[in-house]
Design a protein around this ligand. Sequence first.
Ligand code: NAP
Length: 461
Amino acid sequence: MPQAFVNIAYLISSTLFIFALKGLSHPRTAVRGNLLGALGMLIAIVVTLMDKSIVSYELIILGFILGSAIGAISALKVPMTSMPQMVAIFNGFGGGASTLVAALAFIEAIELNKAMGTQETVATVASGLIGAVTFWGSMVAFAKLEGLIEERPIRYKGEQIVKIIFALASIIFGIIFGMEKNMNYYWYLVATSSILGVLLTIPIGGADMPVVISLLNSYSGLAACATGFVLNNNVLIISGSLVGASGIILTNLMCKAMNRSLTNVLFGGFGEIVAETDEDKVYGGKIKSASPEEIAMLLENARRVVIVPGYGMAVSQAQFAVRDLMKVLESKGIEVEFAIHPVAGRMPGHMNVLLAEANIPYEKLKEMDEINPTFEQTDVSIVIGANDVVNPLARTDSNSPIAGMPILDVDKSKTVVVIKRSLAPGFAGIPNPLFAADNTLMLFGDAKKMVQELINALKES
Ligand code: NAP
């Protein structure tokens, strides 16, 4: 195949990837963005396989069918709440593939007596190192999130020194490999980097896991980019850089939303802090629960209502009932808006995706900075399965694991209604004084069921 044709096809793919990222940055254009990205990938794969013509067409078709089936089944079967695990495992495969592809390219070059220059050698070392860290780091993250191993951070004395030793060993094997061009050293490098990947991820737990997955996503992009330099493949270099850059931007955004630094996430050990706040002290005799009928009466007199969705809405799949509640309230002339915390749920954009699924207009979804100043003018805030993102301890208790995390100031509204099944804590594992506040009413039960009962009560009143 003429090289000019391949390069033009790669340029089209790369452009499609950039438009895909642009589309994915807004819920309204996300589906189109996804399709553009998939089209870009299809063009890149077909052109690469036709260009190299090293694999038989039967194998290519078999690979396509197998890969598409695995992708489609995972997309359909994996529940939204398990998306972080799925992303982890896909990142891991990306990293692992980069390690193996770079190795095979080098082995082939040695066999063909082809000279590998400095660029290819350095890129092979980078692919082996970053790819192995990504693969094993992602496998540990997957196992933690799936509950296959303890999610709690695993810490031990001198852990930073042990990590530095393995990082140095990987670099030394990389240098020897570069000088000797002996594949044995590559595999030693992969072995030490694999251990490093495990060591880097086991001390992380709790709310930091998705941040680490986003960071590993960035690593998988860097590994792919490095492999692009080994193969001299432009589309791999460009798409790898895009994944690397977008992964690090997302990591940074998540850290900011949780008021943590990346260093603190990687070396601080979230989830290790044992909650010291005594539940009895926070809740003892102060919880007021109400029935759907009582809350319906309260809502009847409201002019402005803010709905705050959280992880519990996702668990209960209450988004359609929540849309119906919005419609009933609006039919009574009540203004309704949604307050979206950047880390509500279990992955970035979790609430946006669910509410978009229920066709709730995007204009109604307000980000934290925009909605926070309006809570004082809000008659009723309805918190549906959210906990940590509305926990005032973040403002008041400097020892709390969520200390300093910006929260939605629902406690400033005239009345707060909290829908959840019990007084159980959220992700951070700490009690929430909001539930015991004077202006809070608890509506205990499953989010979907309670919202439906609330709608029935509103319709009857
Ligand atoms: P949360 O603090 O985890 O609390 C969720 C609450 O939902 C729980 O207290 C639970 O209480 C309730 N719940 C569960 N199932 C329910 C059901 N079927 N019906 C009604 N309620 C139900 O959730 P959040 O306020 O959304 O906060 C998210 C947390 O995850 C934060 O700590 C954040 O840092 C962390 N996190 C988020 C991301 C992200 O990217 N979004 C990433 C990593 C970590 P009951 O059991 O009493 O019902």
